[in-house]
Design a protein around this ligand. Structure first.
Ligand code: ADP
Length: 453
């Protein structure tokens, strides 16, 4: 049985039990508060009073007499019809009616019907009329009415309870159904883009749906980066593998001179290095997609760290290019040292690669608008405006032949990933033939302190 049906049946059963309990309580209380048959009860109250009439040294003893009991009003008159005692002495509506002993009569007062019963108590001194009055409907069939109403209303209440509980539990469990459907559709169609996307609903269910959506998004990210890695790796490794195989075939022909063998081995080695660099870069990019779990951020002095990275950088071929630094001291930020050194390395490598012979490179670090801004400027070949937005894409190269000796087209994609992981951004400003400046901005510690204050 489904959880929805169980809950519905439980609520309905509880309401049925509660109704039965309340009904029993009402019937029991009713039995004690009002007599079943008002006429016979009226008679018994009046006769009780008649038995209790006493005289004490010529004076009436009123203390034991009852003027009101459970719907019955009693009044006491002398032989002359004068009212001696009543629950409400002002109320004389029945006083005019002539006495008639031991007979139950039905009288009207206003539009209400009453039973009236008189008893005459004959005493030696004088006589006493006791008149009792009660409404004819004071208890008539009240039990029956309650039972009849119960027979009609209880099923209606139970049906409404069942339907209401079924509807509410249906709405409550809808996100669970949606979660199951989404999980199944992901399973069946291999489509990780599907989400529960619950906008409204019970708080706990919304939290559950949101948690699942976050998990689906994370899974999607992981699968996507794995897919990207596999496709990139197979695509990019195809060329060096083909070159290596061709070189091996050539070497196997055994008609090569010693020099040709050395050349072949050198080419195989170069392709091997290229493949190893590519795999390393691809793995770096893939890991970065998994966020700060793999690359935790630590707050420390960024100025010192950048200066150290620039000092340690050894250009592959310096071509007379001069390197200057303009780093503001004391800028701190939360960053991952291995990633930031990677970004500095990529910027410098590009600046040397695409820089002008005998030109210059400037590395600067400033704090602007809560961001630590690293800028690497060169006066090299620059980038065409149309290409500026594409340089951050994986494997994009303006002219692969220009930097083919060491480039893979992954360097800037990695810098962009590094910026995003630090919740910052990367940007390039360039003019073809004049030079480029590459920026990496990450939130500085000063900004974080400001926002947390
Ligand atoms: P690559 O390994 O080819 O350098 P990158 O991702 O680092 O890959 O750069 C992508 C492309 O952006 C390069 O191929 C080059 O065309 C262009 N580029 C990057 N840096 C510079 C620069 N400093 N000057 C001119 N072009 C650049």
């Amino acid at each position: 049985m489904s959880a929805r049906m169980r809950l519905t049946l439980w609520v309905t059963l509880m309401v049925a039990l509660l109704s039965a309990f309340v009904l029993t309580a009402v019937l029991v209380l009713n039995r004690h508060s009002l007599p079943e048959d008002p006429a016979s009860y009226l008679t018994s109250v009046v006769l009780d009073n008649a038995e209790d009439v006493e005289f004490d040294r010529g004076r009436m003893e009123w203390d034991d007499l009852t003027v009101y009991r459970r719907g019955v009003y009693c009044s006491f008159y002398n032989d002359e019809g004068e009212l001696l005692l009543a629950a409400d002495r002002e109320n004389t509506e029945f006083a005019e009616i002539p006495f008639e002993a031991n007979v139950i009569r039905t009288v009207m007062s206003g539009d209400r019907e009453y039973y009236l019963y008189d008893v005459y108590v004959n005493m030696t001194v004088s006589g006493l009329w006791i008149r009792g009055v009660t409404r004819t409907d004071s208890s008539i069939g009240i039990t029956e009415i309650i039972l009849k109403l119960t027979v009609i209303i209880l099923p209606v209440i139970l049906i409404l309870t069942f339907l209401g509980a079924y509807w509410i539990s249906g709405r409550t469990f809808r996100p669970v159904r949606r979660i199951v459907e989404t999980a199944n559709s992901i399973n069946d169609a291999d489509d990780l883009t599907d989400r529960i996307g619950m906008k409204r609903g019970p708080k706990e269910m919304k939290q559950l749906a949101d948690a699942f959506d976050t998990m689906f998004a994370r899974l999607e990210g992981l699968f996507e980066s794995e897919r990207q890695f596999t496709s990139d790796a197979s695509h990019e490794l195809r060329t060096p593998v083909a070159v290596i195989l061709a070189e091996c075939e050539r070497a196997e022909s055994k008609k090569l001179t010693k020099e040709e063998y050395s050349e072949t081995i050198a080419r195989i080695e170069e392709q091997g290095r290229r493949m190893s660099q590519l795999i390393e870069e691809l793995l770096g990019l893939t890991r970065m997609g998994q966020g700060t779990e793999k690359y935790p951020l630590t707050e420390s002095d960024l100025s010192e760290f950048i200066s150290m990275c620039v000092e340690e950088y050894i250009p592959e071929n310096d071509r007379g290019i001069s390197l200057e630094t303009d780093i503001d001291s004391g800028i701190t930020a939360a960053f991952n040292a291995s990633l930031i050194s990677r970004a500095v390395f990529n910027f410098l490598q590009n600046a040397y690669k695409y820089g002008r012979d005998g030109g210059y490179i400037t590395v600067s670090l400033r704090e602007r608008n809560g961001m630590a801004e690293l800028a690497v400027a060169d006066d090299g070949i620059g980038i065409a405006e149309a290409d500026l937005s594409r340089i951050w894409n994986r494997f994009w190269q303006a002219d692969p032949s220009r930097g083919a000796e060491s480039g893979s087209g992954l360097g800037l994609a990695m810098v962009k990933g590094i910026a995003e992981l630090h919740k910052g951004n990367a940007e390039a400003v360039s003019r073809e033939g004049e030079g480029s400046t590459f920026f990496l901005r990450i939130p500085s510690a000063a900004a974080e302190t400001d926002s947390s204050c």
